[in-house]
Design a protein around this ligand. Sequence first.
Ligand code: FAD
Ligand code: UDP
Length: 395
Amino acid sequence: MANQKYDYLIVGSGLFGATFAHLAHKQGKKCLVIDKRSHLGGNIYCENIEGINVHKYGAHIFHTSNKKVWEFVNSIVEFNRYTNSPVANYKGKLYNLPFNMNTFYQMWGVTTPEEAQAKIDEQKRAYNEELKIKNEELGLTNEPHNLEEQAMLLVGKDIYERLIKGYTEKQWGRKCTELPAFIIKRLPVRLVFDNNYFNEKYQGIPVGGYNKLIDGLLEGIETKTDVDFFADSFETVSVDTIRLKDEWQKIADKLVFTGKIDEFYDYQFGKLNYRTVRFETEVIDKPNSQGNAVVNYTEREVPYTRVIEHKHFEMFGQEVYDNPKTVISKEYSTEWKDGMEPYYPVNDDANSQLYAKYKALADKEEKVIFGGRLAEYKYYDMAPIIEKVLEKYNK
Ligand code: FAD
Ligand code: UDP
C-alpha cells in the first residue's frame, strides 16, 4: 500500500463523502472511500424489497432551488416528477398538508381565501388575548415562550390541536409547552389550493432510486464496506495491518471524515445526543395500501408519527398496480442510545456547547476535513450537503 498512497481517505460513503470523492476523482485525485456499513450511500441507501425501493433510513425527497445543485445531481441520474404532498390523519379524518385552502376547507368548510383568513384571525385573536393575560399574571414579556404558544399565535387552536400538537410531541418526545418556539417559527399558511409541501423550485426522486445516485457519484472510485475507521485493524493490500484511526497517514495525504465528531476525539468532553427513528417495515399483499407516499398520524394516541408507502415515490398511475405488492414503514421517533442510528442532532444549549468544544479541536486539524451531518453535528438536507461540497471545489 505504501507505494500507492491515496490523496484522500474518505470515511463515510453518504452523500457528503460520495460527492467529495466524485469531485476529487474528476480532478485526478486518488481516493479510497470506506464505510462501516455493509453498503454504500449512508442514509439515502435503498433496499429493494418486492421490486420496490425501500428507503431504509427514512423517506428521502430531494428538493432545492439551487440550479447548480439540481443540474449536478441530474448530470449523475435523471430525477422523476415526484411532488411531496403528505396527508394528515387525525382520528380517521384526512387533512391536506401543508396548511392550505384544502386543509381549511376540510377543517372549517370555508371555500374562499377571505373566509379562511377570517377564521384563522378569529382564532389567533382569541389566543392572543388569553396569552396576554397569562403573561401579565406571570410577569413575563408578551411573546411566545414555547412551541405551543408560537403555534397558537400563528395558526390558532383548531389546527394546533388537530395537526400539530400530537405529531410534534411524538416527534420530539416532549410536551409542546416544553419545546422552544423556534422549531415552528416558519409554519407556511397558504391561501391557495396547493398541496406541494416544499416551496423550492425543483424536487424529485432519482429514476431507479437513490442507489443510482450513489453508484454514479462513486463510479471509478475504490470503495470498501464493513470497514470501521475506529476498528482495531484494517487489512491493507500489502503486508501491513494498520489501525486507521492512528495510522491513516500511512495510506493517505488527507482525511475526509464524515462520521461522529465526538467519536473522532474519543468522547473526551462527553457524548453528543441525538433523536432517532425506529422503522417497522412490512410487505402488504395488495398493490396500494394508503394511496400516498406519506401519511402523518397527528393524534398522540397513535404511537407512530407517520406511515411511508415507498412505491409511491417512484411508481405513478398504472405502475402502482403493475406490482401486486406494496411495502410500508411505520416510523416511531425515539430517544437515541448507543448502538442506535444517530439521526437528528439535538440543538439544545448543552449539546451546542459540547459540539463547540469538539469543533475547536477540529479547527486546528490541518490534514482532516470534517463534513456532513455527523461530523458537523448539524441537520442538513441533501441539497445543502451537495452545495457545500460543490462550493469547496469550485473555489
Ligand atoms: P450519512 O448519510 O449519515 O453518511 C455518513 C456515513 O458515514 C454513513 O454511511 C456511516 O455508516 C459512515 N460512518 C460513520 N462512522 C464511520 C466510521 N467510524 N467508519 C466508517 N464509516 C463510518 N434530506 C432531504 O433533503 N430530504 C429528505 O426528505 C430527508 N429525509 C431525511 C429523513 C431522515 C430520517 C433523516 C435522518 C435524514 C433525512 N434527510 C433528508 C437528510 C439526509 O439524510 C442527509 O442530508 C444526508 O444523508 C447526509 O449525508 P452525510 O454524508 O452527511 O451523512
Ligand atoms: N409538523 C406538525 N405536523 C405535521 C408535520 C409537521 O406539527 O403533520 C411540525 C413538527 O413540529 C415538525 C415540524 O413541523 O417537527 C417540521 O416537520 P417536517 O416534516 O417539515 O420536517 P422534518 O420532521 O422532516 O424535519
